[in-house]
Unconditional design. Sequence first.
Length: 198
Amino acid sequence: MSGYLRRLATTGAAYTAASIFSKLIAVALLPLYTRHLTTADYGAAEVMFAAVVSASIVVRFGTIEALLRFYYKDDEDPAAIVATSFAALFWFSTAAALTLLPFAGPIAEALLSEEAAMVASPAELGRIAIGGLWVLTMFEYLLTLFRLEERARAFFTTTILNVLATIGLTVILVVGQGEGRAGCCSAATPAAPPSCSA
């Protein structure tokens, strides 16, 4: 029993620590965002990220949930479940991204207010968000595999590296390159969305 509790505490701590760390970084980056982004830019980045998260739920078609359900069943082969679910998710997300790409401009315009849409190219934000949709979906699958295999260290390391990469990209794109909300959306990653999503 103590071994089970120790394992539960270790894995739970790894999952929780990664989430807490990403939120703390998001809060710490707020002054950077408020200094270099207008209110419209900040809001547009937040809306686009929320749209990506919502669309990812639809694009997955329940694949990750099916993986979680069938992985441990006695009469199923876990390796076959992983291979099938990966192939399905890869092709679903790729097909969705390629289908949405020609409509990037109209999608962004529909999501953003008139004021936000006039500040920068909605089509550019739409394309960034669609690319982010593909990345987020596949990243969620990777983290799910780490959880299934109880690889808490890999989960924690991957998530923290993701957060650190986000910080670097944010500073380079938003501050150094002056990319505004396009830089904010580009730097957003699944574990560390723009601090507009803290």
